[in-house]
Design a protein around this ligand. Structure first.
Ligand code: ADP
Ligand code: ZN
Ligand code: ZN
Length: 737
């Protein structure tokens, strides 16, 4: 039942707490506070940081229970009305807690009640004139000289400036300060130091497809969403750069989102070499102060180009004129924890709000993006050929059903490797499983290494002599005897990259080899180093996980061997084949990027899988058409819309019971077209000691799904639940497990 409303002027505040709604407060005694300003508010007995999002003239809170804002943190708003509108739209769409989501979108330092960094440099100003100080200083000529200099420079001088003019003068400065004749103070604002601009590379002349794509985007006015569908190496980045240059020349800011900056250091360097304007980068590896600086530079307009990972989509950019999302199909653009959102989808919304074009680029567009293009919502621009004349790689299939394998390597693959290595070229081997082997077993009693906290097996990491759970991080020493029967005959079963590396080193002794996975690149800068060596051709064999699949140019590679993608063919997630196809094409795209043609050899036990066969025969576009037809027949996204409710608890049954109650609350709110699947145990029911369950909602339209969620969420939040139970909502989930 709606509460009566009371006429009183209040401020709506997004409080950084899991509240699910905005709270109303009275303005502080001094007067009102503009939206976008951080404040401190009383909540229960504590004080919390919050952000004013709007003012209102009525509230449902009884007047006597209204409390005033306790303190104002920012002297001026941090966010504009447009920034707030976008953020609140996002929290509403994804059914997130507005306060948590809004503060999660700010740089870490600003999530707390801390003032913005003071960017003005420290320096000195005169506190007395030379005449009055003449007596005191008549035996101190250096001090007199310094005081005269500072007195003649009323805006003050920084330490660096003083050093430049008079040499080292720390002693005399201290003496002057001790006499109270000069004062330490903050001086004029420092200029932003964006990524420095080295010599610019000249762009190559665009080929006809690239030029047509640039022209199509440039011809539009206002919002427009373009899908740049270009095979790997077709010159998508050159199209981005040409569009960026135009937008910058028109005085606009540009936002470029990429899946993972750490994995593509080359891209960042290429942008820095080519973009003739102040550029900042934003990603999670930055220190907090660096992040805040970059964020501020974007918000004030000092930075003209922002290159960032998914959360950069929330950065204020007052003059935004172009958005680019590279590798738009990549799962890293989806936030999977806390405030769950799709940075790609939000980027489209953002461009719509800013009335500017957005370009989604990929060699393997997501099926939902292709669907949007086919419906005419997005305009598809194709780059069908590799730029610079490189040929497409041939993809061959090695049927390994009845074949003896040498640590996962077929005879066919090894023979090809010999040829390519003899010819002096590079080989890339792809296996998406790190560690030595995915399980350790006892040959005598059948014991297998299992995680005590998850429904999962412990991976053998032989280099470290440890068993590791890849799901919860549990680690233990690798046993020398079976924990059950005491037998010493323990055997690793199956292979990960570490084991394949061992085999390769034995078979190709002395040949330089690099293994590139999360274990071998833990040290900062190691990935860059390995990739740079690989590019120079120093390693003859590259062996890696999906870290190697992303966007790297490896011009000397003429053979790509894909050891195992079969789990993607019959995975339990309906998106498994889509992901398998994307990975296959992305890995294949590393081969033969320069003048040398490349070959890809795929090992599989399912050479006749219809979608795989289609992909290999006719390419990703044909695969996508067929996969979309299957989705249509099954009524799955993008032909329907989903939201996933997940719950977990250390107690058996608690998560399922909670979701059963949610379902009971939800049914009366939903028309029959809305389907509920579950509640059911999660695919991996126990993870990190918690028992997990899920309930899927599926609707024929986004609008219907949103309507039901809007009714359901307040009721769900009001349900009683055990203190240990956690729940979350994921709108447009990318993993339905
Ligand atoms: P993508 O982003 O589609 O993978 P890139 O833009 O990185 O492709 O281009 C692949 C390679 O082709 C790069 O080495 C790039 O310098 C080169 N290239 C791109 N466009 C052209 C062009 N028009 N003429 C010559 N070389 C080009
Ligand atoms: Zn045993
Ligand atoms: Zn575990």
């Amino acid at each position: 039942m709606p509460s009566p409303s009371h006429a009183v002027s209040v401020l709506r505040v997004a409080v950084a707490a899991p509240l699910g709604e905005l709270l109303d407060y009275l303005p502080p005694p001094g007067g009102t506070v503009p939206p976008g300003t951080r404040v401190l508010v009383p909540l229960g007995r504590a004080r919390r940081v919050g952000m004013v999002v709007s003012a209102a003239l009525e509230t449902t809170v009884p007047t006597e229970r209204l409390k005033p804002i306790a303190a104002v943190i920012d002297p001026a708003p941090l966010l504009t009305q447009a920034d707030l509108d976008f953020l609140l739209w996002a929290t509403d769409y994804y059914r997130a807690d507005p306060g948590e989501a809004l503060f999660g979108a700010l740089p870490v330092r600003l999530r707390q009640a801390r003032a913005l960094l003071d960017e003005r440099p420290l320096g000195w100003r005169a506190a007395a004139d030379v005449a009055t100080a003449a007596d005191a200083l008549h035996r101190a000529p250096r001090q007199r000289e310094l005081l005269a200099l500072l007195a003649a420079t009323p805006q003050g001088l920084t330490d660096a400036e003083l050093h430049a003019r008079v040499g080292n003068c720390d002693g005399p400065l201290r003496a002057l300060a001790a006499r109270g004749l000069i004062a330490r103070c903050r001086l004029h604002a420092a200029p932003l130091d964006p990524v420095p601009a080295p010599a610019r590379d000249a762009p190559p002349p665009l080929n006809e497809h690239q030029a047509a794509a640039v022209a199509a985007v440039a011809a539009g006015t206002g919002f427009g969403c373009f899908l740049l569908d270009g095979v790997t190496g077709s010159g998508k980045t050159e199209v981005y750069l040409a569009l960026i240059e135009r937008a910058l020349a028109a005085g606009r800011q540009v936002l470029v989102l990429v899946p993972e900056i750490g994995l593509t250091p080359q891209l960042q360097a290429r942008f820095a070499r080519r973009v003739p304007a102040a550029m900042v980068v934003l990603h999670s590896a930055l220190a907090d102060t660096e992040r805040e600086r970059a964020w501020r530079a974007a918000a004030t307009g000092a930075a003209r180009l922002l290159l960032g990972t998914r959360s950069a989509v929330f950065t204020p950019l007052p003059e935004l004129g172009l958005v680019i999302v590279d590798e738009e199909h990549d799962l890293s653009l989806k936030q999977q924890e806390g405030f769950r959102y799709s940075a790609r989808d939000l980027a489209v919304r953002r461009a719509q709000q800013a009335r500017c074009p957005i370009v989604l680029g990929s060699a393997t567009p997501a099926l939902e993006t292709l669907h949007n293009a086919r419906l005419g919502r997005y305009r598809q621009l194709c780059l069908p050929e590799r730029a610079g004349g490189a040929a497409d790689p041939d993809i061959l299939v090695a049927d390994i059903r009845a074949q003896p394998l040498e640590t996962g390597l077929s005879h066919a693959l090894l023979t090809r490797m010999d040829q390519v290595l003899d010819a002096g070229n590079q080989v890339l081997l792809f296996l998406n499983r790190r560690g030595f082997s995915p399980v350790l077993t006892c040959h005598d009693c059948g014991w297998i290494s299992e995680c005590t906290r998850c429904d999962a097996r412990l991976t053998v990491h032989r280099g470290r002599a440890r068993l590791v759970c890849h799901h919860c991080g549990l680690e233990q020493a690798q046993p020398v005897q079976c924990p059950d029967c005491g037998s010493p005959d323990l055997r690793p079963l199956g292979q990960g990259t570490e084991r394949v590396e061992d085999t390769l080193r034995q078979r190709f002794p002395g040949l330089p080899l690099a293994r590139i996975d999360r274990d071998s690149t833990r040290r900062r800068g190691e990935l860059e180093r390995l990739l740079a060596c690989a590019q120079r051709g120093e390693h003859r064999i590259l062996l890696g996980t999906q870290m190697l699949a992303k966007g790297h140019h490896l011009p000397g590679v003429t053979l790509v061997g894909i050891l195992d993608l079969d789990h993607g063919l019959y995975g339990s997630d309906f998106r498994a084949t889509e992901r398998m196809a994307q990975l296959l094409i992305q890995v294949a795209g590393r081969a033969g990027r320069a003048e040398r043609a490349g070959t890809v050899l795929l090992q599989t036990r399912h050479p006749r899988h219809p979608l795989l066969a289609l992909l290999l025969r006719e390419g990703y576009g044909a695969f996508a058409t067929a996969a979309l037809r299957e989705r249509l027949e099954a009524g799955l996204p993008p032909f329907s819309h989903q939201a996933m409710l997940r719950a977990d608890s250390p107690e058996e049954q608690a998560a399922l019971d909670f979701l059963t109650e949610v379902l009971a609350a939800a049914r009366p709110l939903a028309p029959p077209e809305l389907e509920f699947w579950g509640p059911a145990p999660a695919q991996m029911e126990r993870r990190a000691g918690r028992i997990r369950a899920q309930l899927l909602l599926q609707a024929p339209s986004r609008a219907l799904l949103q309507r039901v969620l809007a009714l359901l969420l307040p009721r769900l939040r009001a349900l009683r639940r055990p203190t240990q139970l956690r729940w979350s909502i994921d709108v447009d989930p990318q993993e339905s497990l």
